[in-house]
Design a protein around this ligand. Structure first.
Ligand SMILES: Cc1ncc(C[n+]2csc(CCOP(=O)(O)OP(=O)(O)O)c2C)c(N)n1
Length: 325
């Protein structure tokens, strides 16, 4: 597993994945992770108060999202599943747009072409075929674009994922498969789904697969940049398995106490991606109390705006989906 930032926040570079990262980028990732977590907490509270039909929490997976999306060019097209709130916010999706699907107030949420981000996809692994098809189109347009697709460990058990891997490999499609292994498909642990570590699946399809510490922003950033560069240079697809953990429930309809092992949550809490980067910022004296206070203030402001915007969203009926515009 590729790790650059140790759990106590010490940077140990890996020659295979050299990384140039500025202090501003480090602080930026910290800020984005904190804001993502706060939006996620606010949305969870809104669901508990009856304002959203459902919510899929992202707590714990912030590094795997925020660092990954940074490795792509703003013009590269991305395909999320339904838990990629850090990716969506980084792509400029407004919090109200993000919540609208979960409130039944839209059939999608945002303008795909503007954000360069497809709508959330609930049908597991369908977005892998969408992404590979799109990447094959990009390749035929000679567009030098790269496509990124996000999905979970459970989704790799779907036929769609395996068809997508094969098409991507057979056509050398410029696609990066961003797998967040958060250890569970709802209540089913990853070990029950796959006897083989997931990144090793790629080898069987004929392209590289790398497992990274998904709670380490530096490892995720370095390896995703490597994969994006490969794809842009015409060298084909790669699979990145970000080894992480979903700290909350699968969705607000789930109770993880029914299937987690004792001590599991505590183990992963100690590996919290936000705390890990903070330890690094502190040790390197890259951030002071005024920085953290400003980030907190930002997060509080965004959370208040999320709530206000959510309460103003009106339900939408089924018919607009059949009409243009
Ligand atoms: C084709 C399909 N089958 C079943 C489901 C029901 N379902 C929703 S989420 C989920 C588990 C997905 O796990 P994973 O891919 O690991 O992603 P995670 O939710 O952990 O992010 C299942 C089985 C679905 N949405 N689509």
């Amino acid at each position: 597993m590729i790790q650059i930032l140790t759990p106590d926040g010490v940077r140990r570079d890996d020659d295979r994945f050299p990384l140039d990262v500025t202090h501003d980028e480090l602080r930026g990732m910290y800020r984005e992770m904190v804001v993502t977590r706060r939006v996620d907490a606010e949305a969870t509270a809104l669901q508990r108060q009856g304002e959203l039909g459902l919510w899929a929490p992202s707590q714990g997976q912030e590094a795997a999202q925020v660092a990954s999306v940074r490795a792509f060019a703003a013009s590269d097209m991305l395909f999320p599943s339904y838990r990629e709130h850090g990716v969506a916010l980084a792509r400029g999706v407004r919090p109200a747009e993000l919540l609208s699907l979960f409130r039944g107030a839209s059939h999608g949420g945002w303008n795909i072409a503007e954000r360069r981000l497809n709508t959330y996809t609930i049908v597991l692994a369908a977005q892998l075929l969408h992404a590979v098809g799109y990447a094959m189109g990009v390749q035929r347009d000679d567009a030098r674009e790269v496509v990124g697709v996000y999905f979970g460990d459970g989704s790799t058990s779907q036929g769609d994922a395996n068809e997508a891997f094969n098409w991507a490999s057979a056509t050398d499609a410029p696609v990066v498969f961003c797998l967040q292994n958060n250890q569970y498909a709802i209540s089913v642990p990853v070990g029950k789904q796959s006897p083989v570590p997931l990144h090793r699946r790629a080898e069987g399809f004929g392209f590289p697969g790398v497992r990274v510490d998904g709670n380490d922003v530096l490892a995720v950033l370095a390896v995703t940049r490597w994969a994006v560069e490969r794809a842009r240079a015409g060298e084909g697809p790669s699979l990145i398995e970000s080894f992480t953990y979903r700290m909350g429930p699968h969705t607000t309809s789930d109770d993880p106490r029914r299937y987690r092992e004792p001590g599991e949550l505590e183990h992963w809490r100690a590996l919290d991606p936000i705390e890990r980067l903070r330890r690094h910022l502190d040790a390197e004296q890259l951030a002071d109390e005024s920085f953290y206070a400003a980030v907190e203030a930002d997060a509080t402001e965004v959370a208040a705006a999320v709530r206000e915007a959510c309460l103003r969203l009106e339900p939408v009926g089924p018919f607009p989906v059949f009409t243009a515009g």
